[in-house]
Design a protein. Sequence first.
Length: 359
Amino acid sequence: MCIAAGDRPAYAASDRSSSHLLKLVLLVLPIFAYGFYLVAMRPLDAGNDTARYIRTYNQLNGIVSSVGVGARFFGNTEFLWWPLQSLLKLLLSSRGWLIANYLLVFAFTAMYYKRAARPLKLAPEIFALVFLTFFLVYSGNIMRQALAAPIGAIGFYLALERRFLRAAVLIAISVGLHWSSIVFVAAPLLLLRVFDRDGIYFALPPMALAFSALSSTVIGDLVSALNIPGISEKFDLYFSLDHQSHVGVVWKTANFWICSTSSIAFLTIARASKQEDKRLHKYTLLFISLVFFGINTADFSERYMPLLLLALPLQITLIVDRFSIPNAVKNMIVFGSFVLLASLVLFAESSQYTLGYTV
C-alpha cells in the first residue's frame, strides 16, 4: 500500500527517477552525513567498545590467527568477524576501517529495505531514518551486530520466500559476524499457517513476557542442544555467572520502550491479516517475543533491540498509513517522529560517551 491514496507522498514507492533523486538528496544524503560524522569519524578512544575494537584491529596479522587474536584482545569468538577485518587491514588504517564499517552497515541496511519496502509499496529510501535512532549508536559500539543484523534480516526474508539456499548462506554469514544472529535460523518455522492469523500476533508477545521467568532454563536447554562453544560461553556469561550488565534493568531503558511500543502498536494497528506481505509482521513478532522472553536478563533482551530498531521506519510508516489524514501530514508525522528520536539520541549521555562527542 502507499501511505495514502492519490498523489504519491514522499515515503510512498515511486518508479520515477526524479522522485528517487529527490529522496536521496533530501533524505538519505543528509542522514548519511550526520551518521558519518558521529560514527565513522568518532574518536578512536571513544567510550565502551571502540577502543577495544581498535586495539584488536591493530593486533591483527593475517586471517589464520585472526580469530585467536579477537578472542585474546576483544573476547569474542565469531568465526567470520576478525578474518574479514584482517582482510580490510591490508588496505585500511584504523580510521579507514571505521569508515569502511559504517559504509558497509549503511549499504546492507539499504539492501534490506530494498527487499522489505517494495512489497509494502513504501519507498526504500526510508531506510536512512533508522540512523536517526539508537541504531546509529549501536553501529558505533556493537559493530559486529550492526553489520550482521541487515545481512541476517535479508536471509530471514529469503527464507520466508522459500529461497532456502541463499537464505542459509546469508544467515550463516550473519551468525559468523555475531552469535545473536543464530535466531534467524527459526525463519522456516514462521512459514507455518498459524502465523497467517492475527491471533498469534496478539498472543505470543504476552505469553513470552509471562514465561520470562523460565527463560534461563529454556535458553539453557537450547544452548546445550546446539553445543556451539561461542554461544555456550555467552550463555554462561549472561545467565550463569555473576555478570553485571552495563544496561541495568532493561525495561527502564528508553530503547526498550521505543522497541516494545512501536512493535506492539504495529502488530495491533497494521494487522497481519490485512497485509498481502506478512514478512515484516513475522520478523517483528520473533524479535519482540525474544525481547520480552529475556526481559529478566538485560544483556540477552537488549541484544535483540537493534534488530527491532532496524525495522522501526517500516513499522512507523505503516502505522501512520492507517489513519485517514492528508498525505503531507502523514509524511510530516513520520519524519518529525524520527527527528524527535534523533534529538533524544543526540542528547543522551550514553550516546555522547559511546561515540565520544559532547553537546
